[in-house]
Design a protein around this ligand. Structure first.
Ligand SMILES: Cc1cc2nc3c(=O)[nH]c(=O)nc-3n(C[C@H](O)[C@H](O)[C@H](O)COP(=O)(O)O)c2cc1C
Length: 200
């Protein structure tokens, strides 16, 4: 099967993209509105954009019901120039799911999801206190790509739970237990190995 995406409607292309680019890490993005209301939402169009300077990128799409104004995350990042990427460990899955709901812009999504808004060091935006890893970011630029917007953020602070850092300079990924996004559903990191495998 060979498919030319230009021959499909955009929703069909989206379904093939999210089933092909898997598993995706989830940026659980916290932001602060200009009025000071904390906001939290998951974004799986997310990765590292550069090692040096350390830069993360998150792609924010249109609102699902097609309203002509941006999602709260994008609006807040553009207006305040700051965000935090929190890592979703498996134990926080339900809270992440709760925060993906379309709460009104004035709602404090930390409160709605029963999470602690913990202080950051450089940015005013709170991080998720329950997250094992959080990364403070300063907006580098927003690159519009079609109807989506790619947010690039300079990562200025790591917050890593002590047990996961362990003095080795590496993250204990098994201990982090990150949630991964598939098409519409999710996966856990359950098998970790090195290559080559002898019996493959
Ligand atoms: C696991 C997960 C991943 C998501 N990834 C994205 C994404 O990459 N881009 C996007 O625009 N929306 C994504 N969404 C939808 C947003 O989280 C959702 O539209 C949310 O209400 C946006 O909130 P906000 O207006 O507070 O930013 C995702 C939802 C879930 C549950």
């Amino acid at each position: 099967m060979i498919i030319d995406p230009s021959k499909l409607d955009s929703h069909s292309v989206y379904k093939l993209l999210i089933g092909s680019v898997v598993p995706r890490p989830i940026a659980w993005a916290s932001t602060l509105s200009p009025e000071g209301v904390p906001n939290l939402a998951p974004y799986s169009f997310f990765t590292v954009a550069s090692r040096n300077p350390p830069t993360l990128c998150v792609s924010v799409g249109e609102r699902p019901s097609g309203e002509p104004f941006p999602k709260d995350t994008l609006r807040n990042i553009e207006e305040t120039g700051e965000f935090v990427v929190n890592v979703v460990s498996f134990a926080l899955s339900n809270a992440m799911h709760e925060s993906s709901k379309d709460h009104p812009p004035g709602a404090d999504e930390f409160e709605e999801a029963g999470l602690t808004a913990a202080p950051c060091e450089v940015v005013k935006v709170p991080r998720v206190g329950e997250a094992s890893v959080s990364m403070e970011c300063k907006l580098d630029r927003v690159v519009p790509i079609g109807a989506d917007n790619l947010v690039l953020g300079r990562m200025v602070r790591f917050h890593i739970r002590d047990e996961l850092y362990g003095g080795t300079g590496r993250i204990d990924v098994a201990g982090l237990d990150p949630l991964g996004r598939l098409a519409g559903n999710y996966t856990k990191v359950e098998t970790i190995f090195e290559l080559p495998l002898e019996d493959l």
